[in-house]
Design a protein around this ligand. Structure first.
Ligand code: NAD
Ligand code: 3PG
Length: 403
């Protein structure tokens, strides 16, 4: 059970988080460092946390970015620790880099640059070689071409809007599309019912799905075999969304003209038809600052009020403060747990002022405001209920001093 008398929360940063975000964490409440023992909160970007010991003191992990495949979310589920991320905060940066990737590929810009770099002789000779050599880099234009977007979330939708404005036809595939995404998706995006259908009909294919068990090697030999000749495939999601052997086979047999991605690997290095960037998708000042500010605000609200917005393992649960006394409970989503929590509170003679309970998959989360202070024994009793994963008592600061 977290230490409820703690006045200062220790924040361990595993990557550089933009200063403008860290500054939002009030110094009277948060102590921030890269080398922090027993942290309460971990802030991270792409640092791989899978092999890391995550101390029992941790009550939240904040990913300043979108992908959480570098975080052991299942392990955190078992401990009732929410894993926050910042959906959309870096989406424009990725969209712009995908557009750059499409243009680099459609106009053969990388081999063209290499060609110019290797020219020798005086200006006159250079000029002659340029005019004689440029035809090998003749490209194609985007209007009228079809872009297939796999994953119509924050990035996929922005990319759809931008490419429609460039005159492209856009096909979309997303069997798990959210209601919010569907509402904000342009009506001009045509729906592909199967990914094979999208792949067959697209000149460009761009991947914008999270990496998980169902998307690992989504682009495999079978799907590459469905592609048109000279397809341009863009992957700014994660390396393992594609089977690199299938990509290299597709390049060899002329199915894939370019594979443009953000994830270098030994297999892909020095392949002329592969354009690899060093994981630059979210590396703009704007995206880094947006992510840092968003994650800081979410963490402050969670630490102080128990409110949860934008995690990958908890339901969104927020409740306005109407009373100074609040408990937050993360528990397994099984019958009768709420009843047992209420019983503990009734046993202490506590009147419930307001309460909200939501579940997401196997995780449930409850906020309860009471009219009176919650005794330490009641918190201990709730923590002892089988299935309760984490309990926090969150009195408003002036009441906390009395704990
Ligand atoms: N290169 C970078 O620097 C960079 C930056 C940001 C995000 N990313 C990656 O891009 C991914 C997407 O980011 P986002 O902000 O758009 O996330 P998002 O959660 O807003 O969108 C992901 C979409 O993928 C859909 N999806 C899930 N499984 C699918 C499947 N099997 N087939 C088709 N669609 C599926 C979801 O329904 C959702 O709409 C992130 O998870 C991250 O891995 C990379
Ligand atoms: O998923 C993401 O948000 C991106 O991959 C960005 O990663 P980064 O924060 O390490 O640049």
């Amino acid at each position: 059970m977290p230490d409820m008398t703690r006045q200062i929360f220790k924040v361990l940063t595993l990557n550089a988080i933009a200063a403008v975000g860290l500054k939002r964490l009030p110094p009277e409440l948060f102590q921030i460092g890269q080398d922090m023992t027993d942290p309460d909160v971990v802030l991270v970007r792409s640092h791989n946390m899978h092999d890391m010991h995550i101390p029992e003191s941790v009550i939240a992990i904040g990913r300043a970015g979108a992908g959480t495949n570098n975080i052991p979310v299942n392990r955190m589920n078992a401990r009732g620790v929410p894993v926050f991320n910042t959906p959309g905060a870096n989406a424009n940066a990725v969209k712009e880099l995908v557009l750059a990737g499409m243009l680099m590929a459609s106009r053969n810009l990388i081999p063209a640059l290499r060609f110019v770099d290797n020219l020798e002789g005086d200006d006159q000779t250079l000029h002659e070689q340029v005019e004689a050599g440029k035809k090998q880099f003749s490209g194609m234009e985007l209007p009228g071409r079809t872009l297939g977007i796999v994953g119509l979330g924050k990035i996929g939708r922005l990319l759809a809007d931008a490419t429609l404005k460039l005159g492209m036809k856009v096909l979309g595939y997303d069997p798990k599309i959210t209601v919010e995404s569907a509402w904000s998706l342009s009506a001009e995006v045509q729906k592909a019912h199967q990914i094979e259908d999208l792949v067959r009909r697209s000149h460009f294919i761009s991947l914008h799905v999270p990496l998980n068990d169902s998307t690992r090697h989504l682009i495999d030999h079978d799907l590459v075999a469905c592609m048109q000749k000279n397809t341009i495939l863009l992957n700014f999601s994660r390396d393992a969304i594609v089977d690199e052997d299938a990509i290299l086979m597709g390049i060899e047999n002329g199915t894939i003209k370019y594979y443009v991605c953000d994830f270098p690997s030994r297999k892909l290095q020095h392949q002329p038809a592969v354009i690899t960037l060093p994981h630059l998708g979210a590396s703009t000042q704007e995206a880094e600052e947006n992510c840092a500010m968003m994650i800081a605000d979410q963490i402050i609200d969670y630490v102080q009020n128990g409110n949860i917005l934008h995690t990958v393992n908890f339901p969104d649960v927020t409740m306005e403060r109407e009373s100074p006394f609040r408990i937050a409970v993360a528990n397994a989503n099984v019958p009768n747990l709420l009843g047992q929590i209420s019983t503990c509170m009734a046993n202490a003679g506590l009147n419930i002022h307001n309460m909200v309970n939501k579940s997401r998959g196997e995780m449930a989360y409850t906020l309860v405001d009471t009219d009176n202070p919650v005794p330490a024994e009641t918190i201990t009793a709730i923590a002892g209920i089988s299935g309760v994963l984490m309990v926090r008592y969150l009195p408003e600061p002036s009441f906390k001093a009395n704990l």
